[in-house]
Design a binder for this molecule. Structure first.
Ligand SMILES: Nc1ncnc2c1ncn2[C@@H]1O[C@H](COP(=O)(O)OP(=O)(O)OP(=O)(O)O)[C@@H](O)[C@H]1O
Ligand SMILES: [Mg+2]
Length: 304
C-alpha cells in the first residue's frame, strides 16, 4: 500500500480579486520526489506557502501524514522540513551552533548525536565548526537542508533549491536529495528549470498561471515508444524511395539529411534496406527527446 505523505485537495488562494492559485490537487507518496514545474510567477511558491501555513488558503484542504492542517496545525507541520527562498543563518556563528540553536527551538528533543548524523548526511562534517559567513553558496544550501532535516521530517519541501549553484553543486545536491528519498523521505521540489526537474523527480506537476495543468510520471516520459532520429546518407533521392516503403514517418528531408519518427524495431531495417540499395549511411542517431519539448507542447496546449 502506498503511504500518502502529502495531499492537497482543491487548494486555492485569492489575494484581493486575483486568484493566484486555482484548485490545486496532488498527492505525494512516501519516498517519492515530486516536482512543481512552472515559469516565474506561476504560483509555485504560493502553493508551498499554503502547505506550510505561511499563508492562509482561500479554499481547499492540505493533509500531511493524514493530519488535516486546519484541524491540528502543530501535529501536521511537525512532519515537514522546508527551505523556502533562502534559509537564514546567524553568519557569525558556526554551522553547528546554528543547528543547535534551531534544534533548541524544536518541540522534539534532538541530541548532538542526531545532529552529527544529519551533518554527515549532508556532507558538511569537515566545515561544520566554521562560521557560516565563510561558507560557499553550496555549503549554505547543505546547511539549509540539514536544518530542514533536523527533526527528521517525513516530507522535505524545497523551493528552488539549486538557484545559484554551479553545475557541480547542482549534481551534488541532486545526489543528496535522491539519497534522502531512497531512505524514505518524501520530497517536494519546485523549479523553473526543466532539466533540474527532469533529472531529479519521479513525478511532476506543471503549474501554469496558477493552474495545475498536468501531472507527469518521469518514467512515462523517458520510456520512449517512438524515437526521433536523424539520418544522413550519400544519396537522398534513392534513400527517399526506400524510406517510403518502410513503416516510419519522414518528419523532414533536406537533401541527404532526414529526420524520422520510427520505432526501435524499424531501425535495423532502415540500415539493411539502404545498404542493400548501395546507399551509404553517414549517420543514424537518436535525437534526445527532452522534457523541454514536452513542457513546451503541454503549455501550448498541444499534445505530443
Ligand atoms: N502577497 C501577494 N500579493 C499579490 N500578489 C501576489 C502575492 N504573492 C504572490 N503574488 C502573485 O502571485 C503570482 C504567483 O507568485 P509565486 O511567487 O507563487 O510564483 P512562483 O511560481 O513561485 O514564481 P518564481 O518562479 O518567480 O518564484 C505572481 O503573479 C505574484 O505576483
Ligand atoms: Mg517562487
Amino acid at each position: 500500500m502506498p503511504e500518502t505523505v502529502l495531499q492537497l485537495e482543491n487548494v486555492s488562494k485569492k489575494i484581493g480579486k486575483k486568484e493566484i492559485i486555482h484548485n490545486i490537487s496532488f498527492e505525494i507518496q512516501k519516498g517519492e520526489i515530486f516536482g512543481l514545474l512552472g515559469p516565474n510567477g506561476a504560483g509555485k511558491t504560493t502553493i508551498i506557502r499554503s502547505i506550510v501555513g505561511l499563508i492562509s488558503k482561500t479554499n481547499g484542504k492540505v493533509s500531511i501524514c493524514g493530519v488535516n492542517l486546519d484541524d491540528d496545525f502543530k501535529d501536521a507541520i511537525q512532519n515537514v522540513g522546508a527551505i523556502i527562498e533562502n534559509p537564514e543563518f546567524y553568519m557569525y556563528m558556526s554551522g553547528w551552533k546554528n543547528l543547535k540553536q534551531f534544534a533548541k527551538m524544536n518541540r522534539k528533543n534532538i541530541s548532538d548525536e542526531q545532529i552529527k548524523q544529519i551533518v554527515e548526511k549532508v556532507k558538511m562534517t569537515h566545515a561544520i565548526h566554521n562560521k557560516v559567513k565563510t561558507y560557499s553558496l553550496g555549503m549554505r544550501q547543505r546547511l539549509g537542508v540539514a536544518q530542514a532535516l533536523i527533526h527528521q521530517p517525513a516530507l522535505l519541501i524545497l523551493d528552488e533549491p539549486t538557484n545559484g549553484l554551479d553545475p557541480q553543486g547542482m549534481a551534488e545536491f541532486r545526489m543528496l536529495i535522491k539519497e534522502l528519498a531512497t531512505n524514505g523521505t518524501s520530497v517536494l521540489i519546485s523549479s523553473h528549470l526543466l532539466s533540474e526537474i527532469q533529472q531529479i523527480t519521479d513525478r511532476f506537476a506543471i503549474i501554469d498561471k496558477g493552474h495545475l495543468t498536468h501531472i507527469e510520471k518521469m518514467s512515462d516520459l523517458t520510456e520512449e515508444k517512438i524515437l526521433k532520429v536523424t539520418l544522413e546518407v550519400s544519396d537522398g533521392e534513392s534513400a527517399r524511395l526506400i524510406l517510403d516503403t518502410l513503416d516510419l514517418e519522414i518528419v523532414e528531408q533536406n537533401g541527404n539529411l532526414f529526420v524520422l519518427n520510427v520505432t526501435r524495431e524499424v531501425l535495423p531495417e532502415i540500415s539493411r534496406a539502404l545498404v542493400r540499395a548501395n546507399v551509404d549511411i553517414f549517420e543514424l542517431s537518436k535525437i534526445h527527446f527532452s522534457l523541454e519539448d514536452r513542457f513546451l507542447a503541454l503549455t501550448n496546449g498541444g499534445e505530443l
